[in-house]
Design a protein around this ligand. Structure first.
Ligand SMILES: Nc1nc2c(ncn2[C@@H]2O[C@H](COP(=O)(O)OP(=O)(O)OP(=O)(O)O)[C@@H](O)[C@H]2O)c(=O)[nH]1
Length: 387
């Protein structure tokens, strides 16, 4: 390619677990204005599902499922952005018009911003063109109250999109809007069901300017810039280790090592299953998990081979106590891998318990475990949850 490449705008799409980021992205990617957009998805956990569900051409979606935001950001994200420049320069891909980075729901957005804003090499080819934060109309208020990451995601935003307004009750949306306004006085609040949330210009925010945000935002970014220096040194010695980071109540980040733990009791794990699952067994497993432990289930995402039609997998989404209506896909996104994959992010709920429950319903025998028949006698049911 001749001549310098145009500087590519980078958008950050964030929001807590299950808020509706991928749904919004899928809608936006239908806008022809967003052709030649690269999407970088960072998933928390060891089995990635999101990239299968983003309806863009597969070579336009890059998956970073390292699981650790600050490692990913300092390493893989920067490498990925640099690699895209290289591919554009050597003509292997067409010049990109935009890059969208969808963070994990548990992401502290400050390190993501800092790595794009603060990297002198990337700054030659990219400019940070704004942060879009999705907030769940139903779960948003308790989520912000309970998770400092969610507060930070709101505070750094240039645009706040409230998703699932159609599911909200009473004054839920106005109460949530008042909270958002306090945390972020300037960002427009957009109803996710309106046309404004379906057009590419949602992403065109103009050069990211922390001075338009609350004083907290500037402080968090400064913390990251300072941590960058120490962290680079630390990683030089510890690169192969897992990693976790906790935020204290002021949003300061502390580093620890363990790949799938963000808080002391937050865990991510996955379940893989080779054989199609009977619809009834699946239904009962979900019913029991949701009704008995929904509060501890921050997120559940699954692509499932159901025995009644294994060629057409079912996608399941659980967000705390809310289970969304299951969706039948027309076919497997990757025909070479038709295994059931389930990713769970829990707070205070043990992996072994969930695995045993799943095994009981899918027929894996265990002498010390109630079988599916016994568990089936539990009369709990989720309205609308039928396969
Ligand atoms: N009714 C309704 N459901 C929605 C809306 N937005 C998202 N959902 C549902 O909410 C669930 C989670 O949506 P996703 O888009 O996967 O959420 P996410 O923020 O990408 O989730 P993570 O990547 O796990 O953090 C899915 O079942 C969606 O269909 C909305 O505006 N209205």
């Amino acid at each position: 390619m001749n001549g310098p490449l145009p500087v590519v705008p980078v958008s950050i799409l964030t929001g807590f677990l299950g808020a509706g980021k991928t749904t919004l992205l899928n809608r936006l990617l239908k806008d022809p204005e967003l052709t030649d957009t690269a999407v970088i998805i960072n998933e928390f956990g060891d089995v990635a599902i999101d990239h299968l569900l983003v309806e863009a051409s597969s070579d336009g979606v890059i998956e970073l499922s390292d699981g650790c935001l600050c490692c990913t950001v300092r390493g893989e994200l920067v490498d990925t952005l640099a690699d895209l420049v290289d591919r554009m320069q050597t003509g292997r891909i067409r010049p990109l018009k935009r890059v969208v980075i969808e963070t994990t729901g548990l992401a502290d957005p400050a390190p993501v911003l800092q790595s794009v804003l603060g990297n002198p090499v990337l700054a030659q080819n990219y400019r940070l063109d704004g942060v879009v934060t999705v907030v769940d109309a139903v779960n948003g208020e308790p989520t912000i109250a309970g998770h400092v990451e969610a507060t930070k995601q709101v505070a750094v935003a240039d645009r706040l999109v409230i998703a699932k307004t159609g599911l909200a009750k009473g004054k839920q949306v106005s109460a949530l809007s008042a909270i958002l306004r306090k945390l972020n006085p300037r960002a427009p609040i957009i109803d996710g069901d309106t046309e404004a949330a379906a057009r590419a210009d949602l992403f065109a925010c103009g050069l990211y300017d922390p001075s338009t945000k609350t004083a907290d935002v500037g402080r968090w970014l400064q913390d990251e810039a300072d941590a960058d220096h120490d962290h680079a040194h630390e990683h030089h010695h510890n690169h192969d280790h897992g990693h976790r980071h906790d935020l204290d109540e002021n949003g300061h980040r502390h580093h620890h090592h363990d790949v799938n733990r963000h808080g002391s009791d937050i865990r991510s794990f996955s379940i893989l299953h080779d054989r199609p699952i009977e619809p009834m067994a699946l239904e009962m497993f979900i019913d029991l998990l949701r009704s008995a432990h929904g509060e501890k289930l921050l997120r559940m995402k699954a692509i499932v081979a159901v025995a009644d039609n294994p060629e057409r997998p079912v996608v399941l989404h659980g967000v705390q106590t809310v289970f969304h209506a299951p969706e039948r896909l027309p076919a497997w996104p990757d025909p070479a891998d038709r295994r059931t994959r389930m990713v769970l992010i829990t707070k205070g709920l043990e992996e072994a318990f969930v695995r045993d429950l799943f095994d009981a319903f899918t027929g894996k025998p265990r002498v010390d475990q109630a079988d599916a028949q016994a568990l089936a006698e539990n009369p709990l049911a989720v309205p609308g949850m039928r396969f």
